[in-house]
Design a protein around this ligand. Structure first.
Ligand code: PEP
Length: 253
């Protein structure tokens, strides 16, 4: 099964989000269980979409962030229970924009991940190296470090409780996607490390997505790689036509 996940970042008002799904609903839903579709709107749109029943039932929803605590005096934060009170089931943790632009620490991301798991919200843990780190041959060190800190002392009973997205920072929003060889190498390393951290059975089951300048023109080649369980897609997920194309491609690989 392949996962097609759209990260809308800080785009789309409530009306724009509803219009997106109204148009997507006119396209052919994925047949059978070959493809799972996930969309991560902003919090405001997430609440409104749930209230208006505006999302086709074949699309799962997620939040782009979550608080590190369950409840309390944390102005501006949104808890797992609040996210679950919409139709959302998933949450992005450690997207590169939150690590590198907002400045979230590895420890904070670990607390967010644990807080989500406790509430049965499925984290999509994003990992990936910067261009400087890749050029210094530090991809493995950086990605393993991000997995180690985020998953420290985490025990899962089922590999479906977690998704990992490999997103090299230099490929996000740049139009330059990683090569198939770079993706295969990173995914193979991540798979081995997940097995070490979580046990062979569970670590072997966790889905690993690729993200970074995925578009209809390159998705068949990327999603067809044996180590790739799907894509986390930013820019190309904002237009219903392109997103529907990505879903159709995932069905065919
Ligand atoms: C992302 O936001 O996770 C992403 C991969 O963006 P883009 O597809 O635009 O590179």
């Amino acid at each position: 099964m392949k996962i097609v996940a759209g990260n809308w970042k800080m785009f789309k008002t409530i009306e724009e989000a509803k219009a997106f799904f109204a148009e997507l609903a006119t396209t052919m839903p994925p047949q059978g269980d070959k493809v799972r579709v996930l969309v991560f709107p902003n919090y405001v749109a997430l609440g409104a979409l749930a209230e208006a029943h505006a999302v086709p039932d074949w699309v799962l929803l997620g939040a782009q962030d979550v608080a590190a605590d369950a409840e309390g005096a944390f102005t501006g934060e949104v808890s797992p229970a609040m996210i679950l009170s919409t139709r959302a089931t998933h949450v992005l943790i450690g997207h590169s924009e939150r690590r590198h632009v907002i400045g979230e620490s590895a420890d904070l991301l670990h607390r967010k991940l644990v807080n989500s798991l406790v509430a049965s919200l499925i984290p999509v843990l994003c990992v990936g190296e910067t261009l400087e780190e890749r050029n210094a041959s530090k991809m493995k060190e950086v990605v393993f470090g991000q997995l180690d800190t985020a998953l420290a002392d985490v025990r899962l009973s089922d590999g479906a409780q977690l998704i990992v997205a490999y997103e090299p920072v230099w490929a996000i929003g740049t139009g330059v996607n990683a090569t198939n060889e770079q993706i295969e190498e990173a995914h193979r390393l991540i798979r081995e490390h997940l097995k070490q951290l979580l046990g062979a059975a569970i670590g072997g089951f966790v889905a690993i997505l690729y993200g970074g300048s995925v578009k209809p023109a390159n998705f068949a080649s990327i999603a067809g790689l044996p180590s790739v369980d799907g894509g986390l897609i930013g820019g190309a997920s904002l237009k219903p036509v392109a997103f529907a194309e990505l879903i159709a491609i995932a069905e065919q690989v």
